[in-house]
Design a protein around this ligand. Structure first.
Ligand code: ADP
Ligand code: ADP
Ligand code: MG
Length: 501
């Protein structure tokens, strides 16, 4: 394979910029595509060339594979990086790219297709002895039969869309009486969201942690894993806070999960960067969930602890280079955290809160990294995912990474919209998070009263003392649950700047 000289990034926002930065360091020219809503976007200005591919709606612009291929031909592009979301897991597009003689920076269309179906993926890895959540092996169509199976598995169960992604198309069913209705809803949801109504049943694991393993394969048959990321802090089955390494994996368990992940990758001859997701239950049993055949949103935490640039590794592999390291060369250094900064209101069910970034001041300093795609004064378009930035901190250990995160959140100043920054601070200060004793139920369990975020309108230190005195005198006990007390306990001096606007 020949050296890549010009990459088109078929994406927008922070990930488009992040990919272009690595390309630029490698001396590779970059082409941006953009919709009419993104004319002023940073990725457009950063690229060497930029082409408008259509109106704002994704289906009319970022998802127009035909238009994108046309741009590639016109501009002499030799490779496409799809980022995440959009066309990144579209096997048909990957195939068209290949057929056009352009390098798709990602795995083969066959691997994308296989892993794009959760059911096909489970079937493919079955021969490798990978532990799986108990459930149906194939799609279920007959409601009565499904009900029988669900009863055998034991409630609660989860109905899942085989083609699902982004936390969508999942329904928890607690009781057999609700099964029929929920299954009908799940099928119709899956059909409208993914164009494929196939659903299956999984045992609903009560208090799992989401632990995933980053893998990397080359075209010479080498596959390594780059350790785990813990992504248990989720809303709507979607991640908000991620970290590496996990606070609970022992070296033995890490090795075992790593080996399983490499086997999953082997099952589809995986090339490039991919992620194998697992659930870990209270007894430290782990179960394969799915494989994401692309760069993951939370990949920076892995970069911080391994010292590797995953986008550069993707590009090198796509050029046909063998991996320059073996499994035994890889070591974990320090600890990294990521907070997804969404334009969402955590006090209103994390509903999107789109608008203008009236003030937008970034945190800085040692151990702080921000991957974003916006500047002060810009509007957040309503057409796309509301994530505006990823705030990443890196420290010598977990405690230091948390301290840095709190400090960075306090320096990050955003007005005009609500964001998940205040929620991130709540997490960082929470006893359960700090002790490492938490799971995917964190929000449900500890964030029942989102008004705790509003209850501290930037008091000065003296006011803080008064608030605490009142709390501990028991006056506020009735209205403030245990969690709220943990939240208002100061850690360091930064807390007074934790204002929402
Ligand atoms: P990650 O899986 O990288 O941790 P997300 O689950 O948030 O992160 O997904 C990454 C992006 O891809 C999001 O913008 C999400 O909306 C999008 N996405 C993931 N899977 C699908 C899918 N099957 N269909 C449409 N969008 C998807
Ligand atoms: P997606 O393709 O939407 O990312 P996943 O299968 O990766 O779907 O699941 C997303 C999240 O949903 C998981 O991180 C976990 O929190 C929850 N989840 C999925 N399957 C189960 C299960 N069987 N039991 C409990 N929670 C689950
Ligand atoms: Mg997933």
């Amino acid at each position: 394979m020949k050296k890549i000289e010009k990459i088109l990034v078929a994406n927008r926002g922070e990930i488009a910029l992040r990919v272009m930065r690595s390309a630029r360091e490698m001396g590779i020219k970059t082409v941006a595509i953009y919709s009419e809503a993104d004319r002023q976007a940073l990725h457009v200005r950063y690229a060497d060339e930029a082409v408008c591919v259509g109106p704002p709606a994704s289906s009319a612009s970022y998802l127009r594979g035909d238009v994108i291929l046309e741009v590639c031909k016109n501009l002499g592009v030799d490779a496409i990086h799809p980022g995440y979301g959009f066309l990144s897991e579209n096997a048909q597009f990957a195939k068209q790219v290949e057929e056009a003689g352009i390098t798709f920076i990602g795995p083969s269309p066959e691997a994308i297709e296989l892993m794009g179906s959760k059911l096909a993926a489970k079937a493919a890895v079955a021969t490798y002895n990978i532990p799986m959540v108990p459930g149906t092996e194939g799609a279920i169509t007959d409601v009565e039969e499904a009900k029988t199976i669900a009863t055998q598995i034991g409630f609660p169960i989860l109905i899942k869309a085989s083609a699902g992604g982004g936390g969508k198309g999942m329904r928890v069913v607690e009781r057999v009486e609700d099964f029929e209705e929920q299954m009908k809803l799940a099928v119709s949801e899956a059909t409208s969201a993914f164009g494929d109504g196939s659903v299956f049943i999984e045992k609903y694991i009560g208090s799992p942690r989401h632990i995933e393993i980053q893998v990397l394969g080359d075209t010479h048959g080498n596959i390594v894993h780059l350790f785990e990321r813990e992504c248990s802090i989720q809303r709507r089955h979607q991640k908000v806070v991620e970290e590496a390494p996990s606070a609970v994996l022992t070296p033995e368990l890490r090795d075992e999960m790593g080996r399983c992940a490499v086997n999953v990758a082997k099952a589809c001859d995986y090339v490039g960067a991919g992620t194998v997701e697992f659930l870990l239950d209270e007894n430290k049993n782990f179960y394969f969930l799915e494989m994401n055949t692309r760069l993951q949103v939370e990949h920076p935490v892995t970069e911080q602890i391994t010292g590797l640039d995953l986008v550069k590794e993707q590009i090198k592999v796509a050029q046909g280079e063998p991996l320059s390291f073996r499994q035994e060369d890889l070591k974990i250094q320090g600890h990294a955290l990521e907070l997804r900064v969404y334009a969402e209101d955590p006090t209103n069910n994390f509903l999107p809160d789109i608008g203008k970034l009236v003030t937008y001041k970034l945190p800085q300093g040692l151990g702080v990294r921000v991957d974003d795609g916006f500047e002060e004064g810009m509007e957040i378009p309503i057409y796309y995912d509301p994530m505006i930035a990823k705030l990443v901190t890196f420290g010598k250990n977990r405690e230091e990474a948390i301290e840095k995160m709190i400090r960075a959140i306090d320096e990050y100043h955003i007005t005009g919209i609500e964001t998940t920054l205040s929620f991130g601070r709540f997490v960082m200060q929470h006893e359960a998070f700090r002790s490492g004793n938490f799971d995917t139920k964190f929000i449900e369990r500890y964030f029942k009263d989102p008004s705790v975020l509003k209850s501290s309108p930037a008091p000065e230190e003296e006011e803080l003392a008064a608030v605490l005195a009142a709390l501990f005198a028991g006056q506020a006990k009735k209205s403030a649950p245990q969690e709220a007390v943990a939240q208002t306990t100061p850690s360091g001096s930064g807390w007074r700047k934790n204002r929402l606007k």
